[in-house]
Design a protein around this ligand. Structure first.
Ligand SMILES: [Zn+2]
Ligand SMILES: [Zn+2]
Length: 340
């Protein structure tokens, strides 16, 4: 089968490899669609993410869906949870499996991901879906679960004023979810115009173009009455965006940090944050519960997530998909290992 590996020289190369042998509790999934993520962009551009570095050729891809070829869901479309918690450590036993101390995650560290024709994956990580949606939309379940988990951390948004800093696919999903949750206002900012247009499409009430000068902060505050937002989602990871999040938050607001900083540092003006008594929450991927709810939302189709997909390429042409990911010229790039 065909597999795409990122090598330590940061080049992507196609390989012909054997179909993986399923381990105990694992089943074979024929991969139908893989979404490329901002974290994959970090792997390709920086050779790592956070404190994880690329040491051996790695198959990226953690947003994926396909058809189970073995096991109890054989023949069915499944969205695959890329996280494999150990089920033995303290956080796992306490039910916080996203905080597992020995977590394996597709396309991260030593665990190969889904940019290949078949994967062997634990059956308990599979979420069967109705055939009403296809593999491409099913591959959006994982990033949607990340967005659902971020909303879980924020609590109820009904009647709240919400700001979303950074409008990549997860930021846009947060916009859509906040709108659906009955937020009184959803303001969004990003440096890229096409992302702001998408934010309006997904239910943002105000959009503001982010600039190098931070001009968006005053404009975001002016977009709503009162001294600042009740809830702010920071979904970019860039230092100025974190600063913007703290700057537009109101007194007593919640700030949920979802973005991953490229230099592994989060900084913001301490006095501003302290004066407002902000609650900062750091979001860690998602949870099995968020994954199930995201699957149900994708099946219902009410969020219209298919609008996020701006490019679909077969595995053989995946490098052009990565070029688009790096250039940020679209929204979500999907690689289809089954297509030719
Ligand atoms: Zn992702
Ligand atoms: Zn664990």
């Amino acid at each position: 089968m065909l597999a795409l590996r990122l090598h330590p020289d940061r080049r992507l190369r196609l390989h012909e490899e054997a179909v993986p042998a399923p381990g105990r509790d694992e089943v074979i999934v024929r991969v139908g669609a893989v979404g490329l993520c901002g974290s994959d962009r970090h792997w390709v551009l920086d050779g790592g993410i956070g404190d994880a570095r690329l040491e051996a050729p790695l198959i990226l891809g953690h947003e994926f869906a396909g058809v189970a070829e073995t096991g109890r869901y054989r023949g069915r479309l499944v969205a695959v949870d890329p996280a494999i918690p150990c089920q033995r450590c303290g956080p796992c036993l306490a039910g916080a499996v996203n905080l597992c101390l020995d977590l394996r995650f597709a396309g991260h560290g030593g665990t190969d991901g889904a940019l290949r024709e078949r994967v062997a994956w634990p059956e308990r990580c599979l979420q069967p879906l109705s055939e009403a949606i296809g593999a491409v939309e099913a591959a959006l379940v994982e990033p949607l679960a990340v967005a659902v988990h971020a909303l879980d951390l924020a609590g109820t948004l009904e009647g709240a004023t919400v700001a979303v800093i950074g409008c990549g696919p997860i930021g846009l999903m947060i916009v859509a979810l906040a709108h659906a949750a009955g937020a009184a206002a959803v303001s969004a900012t990003d440096p890229l115009r096409h992302r702001l247009d998408a934010a309006l499409d997904f239910g943002a009430t105000h959009v503001v173009e982010a600039t190098a000068l931070g001009d968006e902060r005053a404009l975001l505050r002016a977009a709503i009455p009162g001294p600042g937002y009740d809830v702010v989602f920071e979904v970019s990871g860039e230092a100025p965006a974190v600063e913007t999040a703290v700057s537009v938050a109101g007194p007593g607001a919640q700030v949920v940090l979802v973005g991953i900083p490229p230099d592994d540092r989060t900084t913001f003006g301490a006095s501003t944050a302290r004066r407002k008594g902000l609650t900062l929450k750091l979001s860690r991927r998602s949870t099995p519960s968020a994954f199930r709810r995201a699957a149900a939302l994708a099946e219902a189709g009410t969020l219209g997530l298919g609008r996020l997909v701006t490019l679909r390429v077969p595995l053989r042409e995946a490098t052009s998909g990565f070029d688009s990911l790096v250039a940020r010229d679209g929204l979500k790039v999907i690689v289809e290992p089954g297509a030719s």
